[in-house]
Design a protein around this ligand. Structure first.
Ligand code: SF4
Ligand code: SF4
Length: 351
């Protein structure tokens, strides 16, 4: 193990199969010949990561519990020294599964809750009964002492329910609540009109700041909203406070905006290695290159090097703590090093 390895968190798409078809899914499966990577190759993939680092290793999907060998995979990762975690939609959680989660060494689960009631959540998840399934899953997790993070995704469809969803996550006993403003990738790309406007995005992040400074029990963070770190710094300064951001264990580094390619990476269901789970451009395949090579590839190196950024992000005084969303830049501007189109901040250095 490389003690100083910067790779701290990695998610692996264990399968593209899913029992839901959510409006925002990044794992959209259009490959009719798709088959899961077999267990032997999953083990090989994990060994290749372990040669480079021992990060938090998230078994993601699709729905990972649809793999009959998921707990063998979790145990294997645990044996390699990873801190194992699992991202599930919660529909298949029961007592037996929770026993296996504990036995296999999975230390934390994340579960998705996209609204504070069944009408909102079920229409987002496109499955009647999925809200009740999530609530029930959280109760079973608690019975088995499995800590869980609640991830909530928002588009125009459910943005009015953000605050209620936060309150429900807290009531359900989540150790952390991560708010995600959906990006136009995967299924969400089919309906760009549903993406929250940048004006509302900024207002939501301002609301998050006010909520975060008064939230004492649960860790909270907006996922993939790097300019929040600019808003956080500006607002904290106005309040005359030195507000330290909390340590978000088992999560991508919470100390700065975007950490793609810097401390996190993503491996898809074919073994392709990406700076984060929303990138469409990969650095190569883990079965063909070492993780060290992938980590030092052009795409990873250039994302880490903020001097390569162009437009406002390139001259921004906040770029080291924010970094902008490189995926939004790629999708809207065709260049992942360009200005994050969801930030209207005019850098001081530009005047
Ligand atoms: S590039 Fe965007 S989507 Fe990827 S980790 Fe950074 S903020 Fe999130
Ligand atoms: S201009 Fe770029 S680096 Fe600066 S705050 Fe906005 S997104 Fe972040």
């Amino acid at each position: 193990m490389s003690e100083n390895s910067p790779l701290k968190w990695i998610a692996f798409e264990t399968t593209k199969r899913c029992n839901l078809n959510c409006v925002h899914c990044r794992s959209k499966n259009t490959d009719l010949k798709y088959k899961d990577i077999d267990k032997k190759n999953v083990f090989l993939l994990m060994e290749r990561v372990a040669e480079f680092s021992k990060p938090v290793f998230v078994l993601s999907g699709g729905e990972p519990l649809l793999r009959s060998d998921i707990f063998e995979i979790a145990s294997y990762g645990n044996g390699l020294g990873f801190k194992m975690a699992m991202a599930t939609n919660g529909m298949l959680i029961n007592d037996d599964i929770c026993k296996k989660i504990n036995e296999s060494g999975i230390r934390i689960c994340s579960i998705s809750l996209d609204g504070s009631n069944s009408d909102i959540h079920d229409s987002f998840r496109r499955q009647h009964g999925s809200f009740d399934g999530v609530v029930k899953a959280t109760e079973i997790f608690k019975r088995h002492n499995i800590p869980f993070i609640i991830n909530s995704s928002f588009t125009k469809k459910n943005q009015s329910d953000i605050e209620n969803t936060y309150r429900l996550a807290k009531k359900l006993g989540a150790s952390a609540w991560y708010m995600f403003i959906v990006l136009p990738v995967g299924n969400a790309k089919d309906d760009m009109e549903e993406i929250i406007t940048k004006e509302d995005y900024e207002k939501i992040l301002e609301w998050h700041f006010d909520m975060e400074i008064s939230e004492k029990d649960m860790k909270v963070r907006p996922t993939c909203a790097p300019s929040y770190y600019r808003i956080f710094a500006e607002k904290a300064k106005k309040l005359g406070k030195n507000l330290e951001r909390r340590n978000l264990s088992f999560s991508p580094d919470g100390s700065k905006g975007c950490v793609a390619a810097e401390s996190i990476a993503y491996i898809d269901a074919y073994g392709n290695f990406y700076p984060c789970s929303y990138f469409s451009q990969s650095a190569g395949n883990i079965f063909e290159k070492s993780v060290k090579e992938l980590w030092n590839s052009e795409i990873f190196s250039s994302i880490r090097d903020t001097s390569k950024y162009i437009g406002d992000c390139g001259v921004c005084e906040y770029k080291k703590i924010c970094q902008g969303c490189r995926v939004r830049s790629a999708v809207y501007n065709g260049n992942y090093l360009s200005k994050d189109p969801f930030c209207d901040y005019k850098p001081k250095n530009n005047h």
